[in-house]
Write a protein that binds this ligand. Structure first.
Ligand code: TXA
Ligand code: MG
Length: 348
């Protein structure tokens, strides 16, 4: 199929909005920007359209999708109950990068939920996403718009690398702001549990609902423990190169990475450092500054770009610095641990 790239010029761009809505209504696939990463959207109430998402991504069929809505009023049709904790979180964080897992209603097809009786719902804050969802008037199922296992796309260029010719339309909205995916919170259990940390942090959630737990596999360094969220058990965010993660005392991290680079002669190596350490690395082929350790939002925004850049440069080995396990640091470490597939050295 030919993939069309569209730039929306605003709410008045009725012609393009109508084209997108029609594509959704006939079961087609539309990639659109959200504040976190680009999403690969289809009508979430159409079982065949949902199946087409899995085909385009090469995604295992038991990994459920998130339904995206334009306003809170759409929620009641999709879920069978709205717990108090969810109401509080929606009040504080919607629209925004928080996905909430509810018990699903009859209306939501099992094709959207990977066969589960729960459904993930999110109301994005990105103005383009909002415009598209509002015009479509449908809950839009949208996983991140990458091939299964690859880093999530933060730019149209990344989407084209993975999905060109596999989707009907890509709506170009420039670079996404957050750069990592939404926080996934399950409110069907008591206390509510974070299944995937994201932009909305544990600490922020605790200011709204005092008691929040966190699935321990979020920061598991081995692949034996089974995560509660189906998606988290698969290989994720992985660049083509083998990536290694080093965390702990920064001086020791730099020393260890420099030693590893030296030992890797004959291989093309990349180091993903930070403003605080970038001058101290030696001998690697590619050096990328993720940003300042004082600004974890910047690091998150640059993370997936950096992993994809290493692929572009055909690097064999990537060495990455780790971060502290709180605030956004936890979300960044969750992605890095998965990108490195267990190749980690913590507590240096
Ligand atoms: O920021 C985001 O969340 C992006 C943008 C496009 O909205 N979407 C995204 O979707 O990251 P995806 O499919 O790549 O990740 C959704 C995660 C997966 O780990 C999936 O297993 C989990 O949410 N999930 C979805 N429904 C679930 C459910 N009913 N129970 C448990 N986990 C669920
Ligand atoms: Mg994804």
């Amino acid at each position: 199929m030919r993939t069309e790239i569209i730039k929306l010029s605003g709410e008045k761009d009725k012609k393009n909005l109508e084209k997108i809505s029609q594509t959704f209504r006939r079961g087609g696939l539309v990639v659109f920007p959200t504040e976190t990463v680009y999403g690969l959207g289809a009508n979430g109430l159409d079982p065949t359209a949902c199946k087409n998402i899995y085909l385009a991504k090469g995604r295992p069929s038991d990994n459920p999708l998130i339904l995206h809505i334009a306003d809170k009023g759409q929620l009641k049709d999709l879920v069978s109950e709205i717990p108090e904790s969810a109401k509080k979180c929606m009040g504080a964080f919607w629209p925004g990068p928080l996905t909430i897992i509810f018990r699903k209603s009859e209306k939501v097809p099992l094709e959207a939920t990977g066969g589960l009786d729960t459904v993930a719902v999110r109301m994005p804050s990105h103005p383009i996403a909002h415009m598209i969802l509002k015009d479509a008037g449908l809950p839009i199922a949208a996983p991140s718009a990458n091939l299964s296992g690859r880093p999530s796309p933060t730019m149209t260029k990344h989407v084209l690398e993975d999905l060109s010719g596999k989707v009907d339309i890509i709506v170009d909205g420039g670079h996404t702001v957050v750069g990592i995916e939404s926080t996934v919170l399950d409110v069907t259990v008591e206390p509510p549990m974070i299944l995937r940390p994201g932009k909305v942090t544990l600490e922020q959630l605790q200011t709204v609902i005092a008691d929040v737990s966190i699935d321990q596999t979020v920061i598991a360094t081995d692949e034996k423990t089974i995560p509660k969220s189906p998606g988290q058990k698969y290989k994720h965010y992985a660049p083509k190169a083998q990536a290694y993660l080093f965390a702990g005392n920064l001086t020791n991290v730099v020393k260890e990475v420099n030693k590893r680079v030296q030992e890797s002669c004959g291989k093309k190596t990349a180091v993903l450092g930070t403003t605080e350490t970038i001058e101290d690395y030696r001998g690697m082929d590619v050096l990328i500054n993720l940003g300042s350790r004082e600004d974890l939002e910047e690091i998150a925004a640059n993370l997936f770009d950096a992993l994809r850049q290493c692929d572009e440069e055909k690097v064999d080995i990537i060495f990455v610095e780790g971060f502290e396990l709180h605030g956004m640091g936890l979300s960044i470490m969750n992605r890095l641990l998965k990108a490195c597939g267990g190749k980690v050295m913590l507590g240096l």
